[in-house]
Design a protein around this ligand. Structure first.
Ligand code: UD1
Length: 427
């Protein structure tokens, strides 16, 4: 298994270009199952999650090709099976994005559940609630640890759906299913993330009738069929935030190109509260942490447009280095503080009184240690911490990082970071 070795690097300097968004491209790829025509997606990042989704599409019978780097063509003229591959689903939860398109187009989908989750429980109860509202029946196949979702004879029928929580994945799945349902669907308390807007834009290019994406009420008028489309993925706001924090934690100065400032507003606001200078112009987002004393701030994660949960761990790494004590509250996920133990191995001294709130004393000089990349974003947080720690930090389980960051090590190196990817037997 590969690792990343990170050495204390001094201030990062230079410019970096943000890639297409992982969380946008996965549902866009799933949406190609809605049409027998060819769809072309541009700016597709080179990520292991994209490879898994590609295999998933191929497992359903789609023909997928990548003619130029980043240009992905999918033709799902023939759907050869509606049964999801258990191995692929266990590798990536976003595989469940195929449920909505297959249900709408083929009238049935069989989806293995990762970790043997039962119906009615998280993480997909809201997705299922939406499908049921459109007339589908949901049956649990205990023996095969999967669920069978079937549309009524004559297909899905639009309805009013209220989400108890603005789940990103549920909103996307319901959008795709309702796009081919009969009549209107009104989705209330929908997620408002930019990735939802990107999906709705591509679906509308395919002939769907979706209004209101990006607000909490989305209106979908079902159509009989969808056609192919050419679409460019939006830039990755989480990668953008990660590089903003890389500049901040190293007290460096980095120009971030291709990020959309409106998508990272809460990160800009919180960095400014800490005393980091952030300037936006036509060149990009310039993050300058070279001057002045940086101070503590409090963070509370929320659905968009609130502070993104995916930036919580990189921001926490940064907060260990500023003056004063910060409090971070996680409200989106129940257990997203696994990086606390790892940061503490590096001398951070963070305390958590429950799985929702962490207190971070600032002004710490972190030291190198052997740490784990406990999830995708936590892995990025460990690398950020390693950039300012004394000695060498050894980050293991970096397959998590490679799921979601394109050319992670290369981009950091281009900014002057001292890090390298090694295979375990080289260490
Ligand atoms: C997406 C992102 C992920 C991000 C998250 C929140 C992708 C591929 N991933 O994940 O990076 O961290 O949004 O911004 O886009 N929930 C339920 N029932 C459901 C669905 C979700 O209770 O049916 C709960 C989850 O357990 C979690 C919360 O809702 O506590 C948020 O989940 P959701 O918005 O669905 O996130 P994902 O779409 O899985």
């Amino acid at each position: 298994m590969a690792k990343i070795l990170v050495n204390n690097s001094g201030p990062l300097e230079g410019e970096v270009k943000i890639s297409g968004a992982k969380n946008a491209v996965l549902p866009l790829m799933a949406a190609t199952l809605l049409t027998p025509d060819t769809c072309v997606i541009d700016d597709v990042p080179d990520l292991s999650d994209v490879m898994v989704m590609r295999k998933m599409l191929e497992s359903f019978g789609a023909v997928v090709s990548m003619s130029d780097p980043g240009k992905l063509s999918v033709n799902a003229a023939e759907i050869t099976t509606v049964e999801g591959d258990a191995e692929l689903v266990s590798q990536m939860r976003a595989s469940t994005m195929a449920m909505g398109p297959l249900l709408a187009r083929c009238g049935k989908v069989v989806m293995p559940l990762p970790g043997g989750c039962t119906i009615g429980k998280r993480p997909i109860d809201l997705h299922l609630k939406g499908f049921k509202a459109l007339g589908a029946t949901v049956t649990e196949d205990l023996e095969n640890s999967s669920i069978i979702i079937e549309a009524p004879k004559g297909g899905l029928v639009g309805d009013a759906i209220y989400l108890d929580f603005p789940s990103v994945g549920a909103t996307e799945n319901i959008l795709m299913a309702a796009a081919l349902a009969k009549g209107p669907t009104i989705l209330e308390n929908a997620a408002k993330e930019p990735e939802i807007v990107d999906l709705a834009n591509m679906l509308n290019k395919m002939g769907a009738k979706i209004k209101g994406a990006g607000t909490d009420t989305i209106r979908i008028t079902g159509v009989d069929e969808l056609s192919g489309a050419i679409h460019t993925v939006i830039p990755d706001r989480i990668e953008c935030g990660t590089f903003m924090l890389a500049a901040a934690i190293t007290r460096g100065k980095v120009l971030i190109r291709n990020g959309i400032p409106g998508h990272v507003r809460p990160i800009i606001a919180k960095l400014k509260e800490c005393g980091v200078s952030v300037n936006v112009d036509e060149e990009g987002i310039l993050v300058d942490a070279t001057k002045g004393n940086l101070v503590a701030t409090d963070i509370k994660t929320l659905p968009y447009p609130g502070f993104p949960t995916d930036i919580q761990s990189p921001f926490m790494a940064f907060l260990t280095t500023v003056e004063g004590t910060s409090v971070v509250r996680e409200t989106v996920f129940e257990n997203r503080f696994m990086h606390v133990v790892e940061l503490n191995r590096m001398g951070a001294d963070i305390s958590t009184d429950n799985s929702r709130e962490a207190t971070i004393p600032g002004g710490k000089q972190l030291h190198g240690a052997k740490v784990r990349s406990t999830d995708l974003r936590a892995g990025a947080a460990m690398v950020l911490a390693g950039l300012v720690a004394t000695g060498t930090t050894e980050v293991s389980e970096i397959y998590h990082i490679e799921r979601g960051y394109e050319d992670f090590v290369g981009k950091f190196k281009s900014l002057g970071a001292d890090l390298m990817r090694v295979e375990e037997h080289d260490v």
